[in-house]
Design a binder for this molecule. Structure first.
Ligand SMILES: C[S@@+](CC[C@H](N)C(=O)[O-])C[C@H]1O[C@@H](n2cnc3c(N)ncnc32)[C@H](O)[C@@H]1O
Length: 314
């Protein structure tokens, strides 16, 4: 069994915009709150300590994160249920637990610091590791399959769509020319050498966008996002609050669209539009300069929030 004493489980993730998340959940009714991206349980622990009237349902597809989260939450074990699944299975997990309505949900998207820092997970362009990048290591597709198996067009598409990488064709051609690529350090070098000199001198590692793009492809991060947030929004009780932290424009666009769709409502032609939801605030909240200084990984975070105001079908 995994324990916190295990050196592999040196799993520490500073929760992003923690105080804003707690303040927003202050307005949620008592009941079940879903943390769909439990990770190191930073937000979850803060929330359980902050609200004695909530029960937490924690979801994560990463077995290591889940083991650590369970340990970290032992003091509140009677109010914690864990579901080791991908969050597109949240509705089934909640059904199995007998939970039909929830008071809130949080999605803190992307990877956790420990996933990035542990080179053996293959997420890091800074430390050499295997081309893996799977959050759920039981799934088949790995970064090696993408890097060494996708054709030129597929690679360009992944780098452009999920990394906003303007040098996608050059990078994809370089990857093809160096196959088989054996690890993350070699991949980072190939990408660095492929981009124009000016891009190499720009702030940030030149492989950052490509690594992000490959990770999103491996974990199907964007393709399951719309249906997953729709399912969680649908479960909100009246007064229930949904919060999502995103870290890049692709995922933020999807979250904004899905929340806006719920808020704008719909009605058959000729009937007045009805809506069961409202923005908790307009636009996205972002971290303070002080938080970014303390935790540079918070830099690109955007926090959006939705509230159910009534349940027309209830
Ligand atoms: C940014 S971390 C969350 C950190 C957490 N809020 C904390 O304070 O410790 C994101 C976590 O979500 C998990 N995750 C990402 N996408 C997921 C998905 N589709 N289904 C389940 N878990 C997911 C990752 O494995 C990772 O542990």
């Amino acid at each position: 069994m995994l324990t916190l004493a295990d050196p592999d489980l040196d799993f520490f993730h500073v929760p992003v915009m923690r105080d804003e998340v707690l303040d927003a959940f202050d307005e949620a009714p008592a009941g079940a709150i879903v943390d769909a991206t439990l990770g190191g349980a930073g937000h979850a622990l803060a929330l359980l300590e902050h609200r004695s009237d909530i029960v937490l349902h924690g979801i994560d597809q990463d077995a290591v994160a889940m083991a650590v989260a369970r340990e970290r939450l032992t003091a509140h074990a009677d109010r914690v249920h864990t579901h080791p699944v991908r969050f597109d299975a949240a509705a089934d997990a909640l059904d199995d637990a007998g939970v039909s309505e929830i008071s809130g949900f949080l999605m803190d998207l992307g990877v956790s610091s420990p996933q990035l820092d542990h080179a053996d997970r293959g997420f890091s362009y800074r430390n050499d590791g295997p081309l893996d990048m799977r959050m759920d290591r039981t799934r088949a597709l790995t970064a090696a399959d993408v890097v060494n198996g996708y054709d030129l067009g597929e690679l360009i598409d992944v780098l452009r769509s999920y990394g906003d990488e303007r040098h996608a064709p050059r990078i994809a051609r370089a990857i093809l020319a160096h196959r088989p690529i054996s690890g993350t350090a070699q991949l980072a070098d190939v990408i660095r050498d492929a981009v124009p000199a000016a891009a190499r001198r720009a702030p940030g590692h030149p492989a950052k966008r490509s690594f992000q793009a490959i990770r999103i492809e491996v974990n199907a991060e964007l393709s399951i996002l719309s249906s997953s947030i729709d399912a969680l929004i649908a479960r909100l009780a009246v007064g229930g609050i949904g919060l999502v932290l995103t870290y890049h424009s692709g995922e933020d666009r999807i979250i904004k669209d899905r929340m806006r769709d719920a808020i704008d409502g719909n009605a058959p032609a000729g009937l007045p539009v009805t809506t069961d939801f409202e923005w908790l605030w307009r636009g996205a909240h972002t971290p303070t300069e002080e938080e970014i200084e303390r935790n540079p990984r918070a830099k690109s975070a955007r926090l959006r929030a939705i509230r159910r105001t009534r349940r027309a079908d209830g």
